[in-house]
Ligand binder design. Structure first.
Ligand SMILES: NC(=O)c1ccc[n+]([C@@H]2O[C@H](COP(=O)([O-])OP(=O)(O)OC[C@H]3O[C@@H](n4cnc5c(N)ncnc54)[C@H](O)[C@@H]3O)[C@@H](O)[C@H]2O)c1
Length: 395
């Protein structure tokens, strides 16, 4: 039974709780900023750290009362569910090993979830979470936030409307250089857990950023991977998990692709980029220059499309926040997925359909990501054998 919501009495703003985000943490602050941009939800509860002092410090900073600052996410889920003014959704921004248990705790208590990637450790866990959300009628976002950029929505529209023709080749890469030395020994908290299989999972680079590559390529093209061959490598001595991967994919329908996530690419910061080649045209977009996209039509000079500029479609216009020429960036992309999620959730609570459901990544995307990680590891361990995935990505 879903508990009654008193949504509406707080000026149509949702209430959310945060797991993670204690002092010194990274991505939770980006979640909070993205949500603040939307003005759609207020942070009212949290379990910010397992360390009680850090937990309390964060609560003070965020203005969270003592009675809504919890020592575990289990306690938070149960006690928030029992309140008349309990949270509408939980944001999970902790290391990977906690995602499954925390998501499950909130879903079981009828609380909607926004969880960071990778969704969890195993495909079975992912299926459980997806089934639980579906059975309970709850919304579940997995924060592949790069999909929130307006030009990514436009790229997807170009593919869907056939303007690129039949897709032939997808090249997607995500080089970073921050782990090109033993950063994990330097006191960098983010690097430390990312190199520990107990906290990161069976993959390093592929789980951390390869999943963004897989998700971006899928979001833009809609293509499903039929099989893949992966070569995972650990270049930095003493490191347990891989720090570079070369992945060749065959899609259903005959297109092919190449994915390169790397954390030892010196000189690169966050250089996620995608190129899609069709029979009629191709497009090219880089995350570090998100306000422009190149489009090359057969037999014509290249075009530079600008966010907010002429020639864009409905989706790009829908998610553009400021006029062309005023740069938008990562915070706006996060705000866009949160706005789509919160708009959908508000309507969902009232029993109304939402047009924004297709504008945020879901637990199904999360499940596809987990399957991708496992297939890459399996292939690499078998000397880069093709892992045959026909229909395995149909979820
Ligand atoms: N979507 C993206 O673009 C993106 C970007 C960066 C990180 N991430 C993901 O976000 C997650 C967090 O990454 P990060 O770099 O911010 O990590 P981080 O180490 O900076 O922060 C993790 C926080 O979680 C807290 N924490 C750990 N276990 C907890 C528990 N059981 N209960 C409450 N708090 C707990 C820690 O104290 C810390 O405050 C990871 O899953 C990572 O893959 C996603």
């Amino acid at each position: 039974m879903k508990r009654e919501k008193n949504f509406g009495i707080s000026g149509e703003r949702l209430k959310y709780g945060l797991v993670g985000g204690g002092p010194g943490s990274f991505i939770a602050a980006v979640h909070r900023t993205g949500i603040d941009f939307t003005r759609a939800a207020d942070l009212v509860a949290g379990c910010f750290s397992r360390d009680s002092v850090k937990n309390r410090t964060a609560a003070l900073e965020f203005g969270i009362s003592n009675d809504r600052t919890y020592s575990t996410f289990d306690e938070m889920a149960k006690r928030e569910a029992a309140r008349d003014d309990g949270i509408d959704f939980a944001v999970i921004a902790t290391p990977n090993n906690t995602h499954y248990a925390a998501s499950r705790a909130f879903l079981e208590n009828d609380i909607n979830v926004s969880c960071d990637k990778p969704l969890c450790f195993t495909v079975e866990e992912a299926l459980e979470l997806a089934s639980l959300a579906r059975d309970k009628g709850l919304l579940f976002m997995v924060t592949y936030a790069y999909t929130g950029y307006p030009l990514i929505h436009h790229a997807r529209e170009l593919v869907r409307s056939g303007q690129l023709g039949a897709i032939r080749v997808v090249m997607c890469e995500y080089p970073q250089g921050w782990l090109s030395d033993r950063t994990e020994d330097s006191g960098n908290l983010q690097a430390k857990w990312r190199e520990d299989p107990a906290q990161a999972g069976i993959a390093g680079c592929v789980g951390d950023i390869g999943t963004h590559v897989e998700n971006l390529a899928h979001t833009v093209t809609g293509l499903e991977i039929e099989s893949l061959s992966a070569t995972l490598a650990t270049f930095v001595e003493g490191r347990t998990l891989e720090d570079n991967a070369m992945i060749t994919v065959r899609y259903k329908g005959g297109a092919v692709g190449h994915y390169w996530p790397s954390q030892v690419a010196i000189g690169h910061e966050n250089s996620l980029a995608i190129r899609v080649y069709g029979s009629e045209a191709s497009i090219e977009w880089e995350q570090e220059k998100p306000n422009v996209m190149r489009m090359m039509k057969k037999g014509q000079p290249p075009m530079i499309l600008t966010r907010g500029g002429p020639g864009l479609g409905r989706a790009a216009a829908r998610w553009t926040r400021i006029h062309a020429g005023h740069p938008e960036g990562a915070f706006e992309a996060w705000a866009n997925i949160y706005e789509a999620f919160c708009n959908s959730l508000k309507r969902h609570i009232k029993g109304q359909p939402s047009d924004d459901l297709e504008y945020f990544p879901t637990v199904i995307d999360g499940m596809r990501g987990v399957k991708f990680i496992h297939d890459c590891v399996k292939s690499s361990k078998a000397d880069s054998a093709w892992v045959n995935g026909a229909s395995q990505y149909c979820v």
